[in-house]
Design a binder for this molecule. Structure first.
Ligand code: EPU
Length: 419
């Protein structure tokens, strides 16, 4: 197993390019199931989750060629002959649930392992299931699997009790061939949902309203294969921004999806960072002392839960008191215990973390617990006094493309070693 060894104290300076968005690439890969023939995606990040999704597509009969070095993947979905997503794959990547919608849309059946709870919360998929039932599918849950059978999905009105991101995506994918019009109300507004809608439209789907809370899908008879360039990862960009701010750095982030980062850049600005849009990207300069700011996570365009752990790390060395409220997932403070081992002063009370900024953190051996928590530990390691060793970084590798190489290119003293 790999671990990261970081010697803290270096200021990050230079320019760095952001990779393709994991949370866009995964639903786009699911969309390739909808059309016979060969689909292709470019700017695909080189990540464990993409490999796992490719494995899942192969399992159902697709021919997949993932060239991680070239950041491209092609999927030929002409001969799908299996309709199930097994437990072994779903347990390592919950986004596997995204094959449910397209399989039912094209083949009227699917069997997908019910994802369990995970490190950040219970994460039910009841709204994905409710939507399919409203469209006329028969859903049974047995032996840990969701089995869906439909004669033909029918367009209908689906109101989501909460604007679930993958739920909105799954139901959009399911509705493309449904008879008549489907309406998804209280839909998620995340940029990844809009990108999926645009990609589906380029395949011939009739979708309007994506990016607003009411999405309408008019069923069509068939789609053509997808050819799409994946947008830049807003969470990777955001994580690099926090790294620059925390180390008093001066970093130009190329291919930065600035327009998707308003909530984060507002908060980093309040905390004292200077963020400017330049011709080649977005420049972020850190300034000390970092000011404490309160953070409350919310669905897009609110502050992203996927940036909460990283903000907890920066607030741990800010000059005051910060209240961080997590409203999306009930258990997303796993990083706090590890940050405290580095000397952070944080109290978790239900959905709030009360962070009293300390003068400095000290390097320590740490354990990564989930994807974004791991990123926050890396950030803390960059400013800590002495050496920080982070184990179980397979969590980090699920969603960050060799983060250590990007940080090292900016001047960080960070290395991957074998345990
Ligand atoms: N929820 C329900 N019922 C459902 C679905 C969701 O109650 O059927 C609740 C969840 O329990 C949660 C809230 O709705 O409280 C929002 O969850 P959502 O479904 O939006 O999350 P998700 O689609 O499972 C995606 C990202 C996550 C990101 C969240 C929130 C992908 C593949 N994953 O998850 O990304 O945190 O949206 O923005 O797009 C990550 O990249 O680290 C990550 C966890």
């Amino acid at each position: 197993m790999d671990k990261l060894v970081i010697k803290g104290g270096n200021r990050l300076v230079g320019s760095i390019k952001v990779g393709g968005a994991k949370n866009s690439a995964l639903p786009l890969l699911a969309a390739t199931i909808l059309a016979g023939g060969e689909s292709s995606l470019t700017n695909v990040p080189d990540l464990k989750d993409i490999e796992t999704f490719a494995e899942l597509l192969r399992h159902i009969g697709c021919k997949v060629n993932y060239e991680a070095q070239k950041k491209s993947i092609s999927v030929d979905a002409s001969e799908i002959d299996s309709f199930d997503a097994p437990y072994e794959l779903v347990k390592t990547m919950r986004a596997a649930i995204l094959v449910l919608g397209p399989l039912v849309a094209r083949f009227n059946k699917a069997r997908v392992s019910l994802p369990g709870g995970c490190a950040i919360g219970e994460r039910p998929v009841d709204l994905h299931i409710k939507g399919l039932e409203l469209m006329g599918a028969d859903v049974t849950i047995e032996h840990g699997y969701i089995t869906v059978v439909a004669d033909k999905l029918r367009g209908t009105r689906i109101y989501l009790d909460t604007p679930t991101v993958t739920g909105t995506e799954n139901l959009m994918l399911a509705a493309v061939f449904a008879e008549g019009e489907s309406t998804i109300e209280n839909a998620a507004l995340e940029p990844e949902v809009l990108e999926l809608a645009e990609a589906l439209s380029s395949m011939g789907a009739e979708i309007s309203g994506a990016g607003t809370d009411i999405i309408k899908i008019q069923g069509v008879k068939e789609l053509k294969p997808l050819a799409h360039n994946v947008m830049a990862d807003r969470i990777e960009a955001g994580t690099l921004m926090v790294a620059a701010a925390m180390t008093k750095g001066d970093v130009l982030i190329e291919d930065c999806p600035f327009e998707h980062l308003d909530a984060l850049t507002a908060k980093l600005g309040e905390a004292g960072a200077t963020i400017t849009e330049e011709e080649d990207g977005v420049r972020i300069k850190g300034d000390w002392p970092i000011r404490s700011v309160d953070i409350k996570t919310n669905p897009y365009p609110g502050f992203p839960t996927d940036m909460q752990a990283q903000m907890t790390a920066i607030m741990s060395i800010a000059g005051g008191l910060s209240v961080i409220t997590e409203t999306i997932f009930e258990n997303r403070f796993m990083h706090v215990g590890e940050l405290k081992r580095m000397g952070a002063d944080i109290v978790v009370d239900g959905r709030n973390a009360i962070v009293r900024g300390v003068k400095g953190l000290s390097g320590a051996p740490l354990m990564a617990t989930d994807l974004r928590a791991s990123a926050s530990l890396v950030l803390a390691g960059l400013v800590a006094d002495g050496t920080t060793e982070i184990s179980r970084i397979y969590h980090l590798d699920r969603g960050y493309e060799r983060l250590e190489e990007k940080l090292a290119a900016l001047g960080a003293d960070i290395k991957r070693t074998k345990q």
